[in-house]
Design a protein. Structure first.
Lengths: 318, 280, 322
């Protein structure tokens, strides 16, 4: 499979009053063309940071290190204008909360026309035609194209956002918790849309979520992030059926289903990223932790083909 | 970035406080600083430009401008004190009542207060001043009326939001005595806000009072210091290029109001985060 | 709301202890004359009867006849309407200055957050708002009219015959008449008063525009637009700018009351012939009906303006419409 996006030792720090927040630390992963990669983790694990890094919309006081290769371009090294031309056209982003993501003073149609014209020089009428196509493909009625954002429900706004993201046919779509703020029924609709997209196009999708259920349904591979570092990565079936990293195992165990008789949670809280734990960042909460875990940073190696994990004792969990 | 901003406002409020204290000092010691009778006409030759004998020159009736300006501080502070204090005394309980009781009383009071607030303050004060006559106390009352809505509104808002919180808390904490706790808590929250509101509106009070005097509705003619009136008197001499009768009283007004504004904004910056923390 | 305002006016003028007629006369008339005037004006009737008459008169547009020296016997309403354009012209001039200066400084301040220009402009905003209007007027007069002689210091018009009356606004009327020289005269006279009133008001706008701009720039939809590759320039103009200006319209409406008070002061400073000056003169000449009439008109205008602001708001911001 052709690689579309490749992160090599990618790190992102934010500078804050209290010190440097190491939001992402040494991320290594690759996304293939047409592949759907899920990224799961708790709040503060670095999921959103990763999304923003790909899109180049990190906050002003952040620093990127390492490489983020998209086609022939290293996204960590390009200038603002170059990135602007990529954004929305080759790489697109869907945000979590659709309610506040549209300009209340602009009609939906204008949002589309503006996006199209920011990247291609087409006539007004052609832009409008493409807007209609994009919207109707998301099952938003054409008659509503001149409405304002506040006239739509949350679910429809998210569909509009998706249509906006796709109107220029990007090769990579990043979805940052696209259904978290939506109710279950709408969530199902959105997921259906994403699955359709998978089938129809050769677009790659990075699906960021804390909901393992969605990952199981939609994704091909999944990456587990913890405290800014990759805990585990691999095909969905393998990760779910044969997880290696203790964190992954605990996460899976905490999923609630109809058969659940006991509630399992992971003890403790996510670590402070300004001063993360030494060695393996998960060791304070890991039920299998050994003294060496606090001293050595575990390397991210494949304990099984295609399934790397960062645990010193990964072999034991096979 | 956040720290810097706070320091700037902090510096400004210290400056403001300093200015206010200086003015209060001047106001209190005016008789000592300037032991002349500032109401006597032709005490000095008229319309003299600033000189070593008269630092700010003399005005059209032969009075020393510097002396009048100093006395003006005293007068202004008196009016400000009366006006703001009375407004607080009336507005605070009304706001408490309105916020606490709610219902029809609240609606009526809010409507009345909003209407007063909507009316041009200066005009309303002028009307009242015309009707009840001149004099420091009367002016104070006229000004009070315009500022009552402000204190009312602030108190009412605080009362309302505190009441919301406390109902929730009370629901959780069984056996608490809601009413007493509520009143003292509300009072606390409101009292914190008062100094900020006071300094912000005090600046306005000075301007309104000066405006009233300027228009001729202010104090009697023989008050020893009256910035507004001095500016009104100064007007007919502008054509001749007499600038000192106009410049200095105005600068004093600006200095005092700016000081109060700085102080007010600084206090506001401090109070707001405090309020939010209280809630957390 | 209107009713409350009118009632307040009524209350102030008639119910508050202290006799407004006597106060207006300020000791220049004997008690008999004061009593006679009161009787003629119907002020010795029971309050409720007065109130009814008062409201009835207002709604039929009858504001009484003047009893002052200058306009004795003439209809109050007519006189007021004659002087109204003066105040309107001044008000519009001041608003133009205030919004232009306020928006420019607010935008510069907001887009250069925390840099020296921002700090300086914020200080400007705070300080200029508390400068006494009449003082600023006098200083400007001293500098630009007396010392430099660039513009006239007083009045609305001088030197040439007035333009033919259409709107009462000399600037507009002279343009309608086609006389450029009259237009320039009117404009010359308008400069200082507008600057005076406008500059002082602009302080408030500076701060409001800046705050709105900063808030809008951080908005979620701005981030989303950036994520679609919308150029930064367009984001500022189409997203930040427009959205930030909406509250300004509302602020404009709220400021109207302050505008009126300021107009009165400005009119006195520049001997500008408008409603403010009329009010002052009427108070001086104990013209009770005129004073009452002017205040009533002020109240009506304030309510009218707030209605207009609501309508404009509805036009600009689609969320407000229903």
């Amino acid at each position: 499979m052709e690689t579309l996006l490749k992160a090599e030792d990618l790190s992102v720090h934010y500078s804050t009053k209290r010190g440097y927040v190491h939001a992402l630390d040494g991320i290594n992963l690759a996304i293939g063309r047409g592949e759907t990669l899920g990224i799961v983790g708790e709040t503060g694990s670095g999921k959103s940071t990763f999304a923003k890094a790909i899109l180049g919309i990190l906050p002003p006081k952040s620093r990127i290190e390492g490489r983020l290769q998209f086609h022939e371009t290293d996204l960590a090294r390009i200038d603002a204008e170059y990135f602007r031309r990529i954004r929305g056209k080759d790489i697109a982003l869907i945000f979590q909360d659709p309610m506040t993501r549209l300009n209340p003073l602009m009609r939906i149609e204008d949002h589309f026309v503006e996006t199209i014209k920011a990247h291609e020089s087409v006539s007004e009428s052609e832009a409008r035609a493409r807007a209609v196509t994009a919207l109707t493909s998301m099952r938003v009625p054409e008659s509503r194209i001149r409405n304002y954002p506040h006239e739509f429900s949350g679910g429809m706004r998210q569909r509009i956002m998706i249509a906006l993201a796709l109107v220029l046919k990007p090769s990579l779509l990043v979805a940052d918790e696209p259904t978290t703020s939506l109710d279950v029924i709408v969530e199902a609709q959105i997921l259906e849309i994403l699955e359709d997209l998978k089938r129809i196009s050769s677009m790659s999708l990075v699906l960021i979520t804390h909901n393992l259920g969605i990952v199981a349904e939609v994704c091909d591979r999944v990456a587990v992030l913890y405290a800014g570092k990759l805990a585990e990565l691999g095909p969905v079936e393998d990760i779910f059926a044969r997880p290696i990293h203790p964190y992954t195992r605990l996460l899976l165990r905490s999923i609630i289903s109809l058969d659940t008789k006991e509630l399992h949670s992971i003890e403790g809280t996510p670590p402070d990223l300004v001063d993360p734990p030494s060695g393996c960042r998960f060791h304070p909460r890991c039920p299998y932790a050994q003294p060496v875990c606090a001293e050595q940073v575990p390397p991210f190696v494949e304990f099984r083909s295609g399934q790397p994990a960062s645990c010193l004792f990964g072999k034991d969990f096979l | 970035m956040i720290r810097e901003k706070r320091t700037l406002a902090g510096i400004l409020s210290w400056i403001g406080l300093g200015i206010l204290v200086a003015f209060i000092f001047i106001g209190i010691t005016a008789p000592l600083l300037v032991p002349i009778d500032q109401t006597k006409a032709l005490a000095y030759p008229i319309l003299q430009p600033p000189s070593p004998q008269h630092w700010m020159g003399t005005d059209g009736i032969g009075r020393d401008v510097f002396a009048r300006v100093i006395w003006g501080a005293r007068t202004s502070l008196e009016i400000m004190a009366i006006g703001a204090l009375l407004a607080l005394v009336v507005g605070f309980p009304l706001g408490l009542l309105s916020g606490y009781a709610g219902g029809r009383i609240d609606r009526v009071l809010v409507l009345v207060m909003d209407s007063i607030y909507a009316f041009p303050g200066l005009l309303l004060a002028a009307l009242i001043a015309v009707v009840i006559g001149k004099g420091i106390f009367n002016i104070g009352i006229a000004i009070t009326v315009i500022y009552i809505p402000l204190y009312f509104r602030v108190t009412r808002n605080q009362t309302l939001s505190t009441r919301e919180e406390l109902y929730v808390e009370a629901a959780r904490a069984l056996g608490a005595r809601p009413r007493t706790i509520m009143l003292s808590y509300i009072a606390f929250n409101v009292v914190i806000v008062i100094p900020a509101i006071f300094s912000l509106s005090a600046a306005d009070t000075i301007l309104t009072a000066a405006g009233l005097s300027y228009l001729g509705f202010g104090l009697e003619i023989d008050v020893p210091g009256d910035w507004g009136r001095d500016l009104s008197d100064a007007q007919r001499f502008l054509g001749a290029g007499i600038w000192w009768t106009s410049l200095f009283p105005g600068l004093m007004i600006i200095l005092l109001t700016v000081g109060l504004s700085f102080l007010g904004e600084g206090l506001n910056d401090i109070v707001n985060p405090l309020l939010r923390k209280e809630r957390a | 709301m209107l009713l409350i305002l009118l009632t307040i006016v009524f209350a102030v003028l008639r119910i508050i202890p202290g006799d407004p007629v006597a106060a207006l006369f300020a000791g220049r008339a004997s008690p008999e004359i004061v009593a006679l005037t009161r009787h003629q004006l119907g002020l010795d009737q029971p309050y409720w009867q007065q109130y009814v008459n008062y409201l009835a008169q207002i709604f039929t547009g009858n504001l009484g006849t003047s009893i002052g020296e200058s306009y004795h016997g003439k209809s109050v309403l007519t006189i007021i309407l004659g002087k109204l354009p003066g105040t309107i012209e001044l008000t519009i001039g001041a608003m133009i200055v205030a919004t232009t200066v306020g928006i420019i400084t607010g935008v510069v301040s907001g887009t250069n957050r925390d840099k020296p220009s921002d700090v300086a402009l914020r200080l400007y905003g705070t300080i200029i708002f508390v400068i006494p209007i009449f003082w600023l007027g006098q200083i400007l007069q001293l500098i630009f009219a007396v010392e430099l002689g660039w513009v006239p210091a007083q009045l609305r018009f001088s030197g040439l015959p007035l333009p033919a009356h259409v709107t009462g606004l000399y600037t507009v009327d002279s343009l309608l008449e086609g006389s450029l020289d009259k237009f320039l005269v009117a404009l010359d006279h308008l400069v200082l008063p507008s600057l005076t009133l406008g500059l002082v008001l602009s302080g408030f706008f500076t701060k409001t525009v800046r705050a709105n701009l900063l808030r809008t720039v951080k908005a979620d939809y701005v981030e989303a637009a950036r994520a679609r590759g919308i150029p930064e320039g367009r984001i500022i103009s189409r997203y930040a700018f427009k959205n930030a200006l909406i509250p300004v319209i509302t602020v404009l409406g709220l400021q109207f009351a302050i505008l009126f008070a300021g107009a009165v002061l400005t009119e006195k400073t520049f001997s500008w012939d408008g409603m403010g000056l009329l009010l002052l003169n009427s108070i001086d000449s104990a013209d009770y009906p005129m004073v009452q009439g002017i205040i009533v008109v002020y109240a009506l205008i304030i309510v009218g303006v707030s209605v207009v602001i609501d309508v404009i708001n509805g036009l600009i911001d689609p969320r407000v419409r229903y």
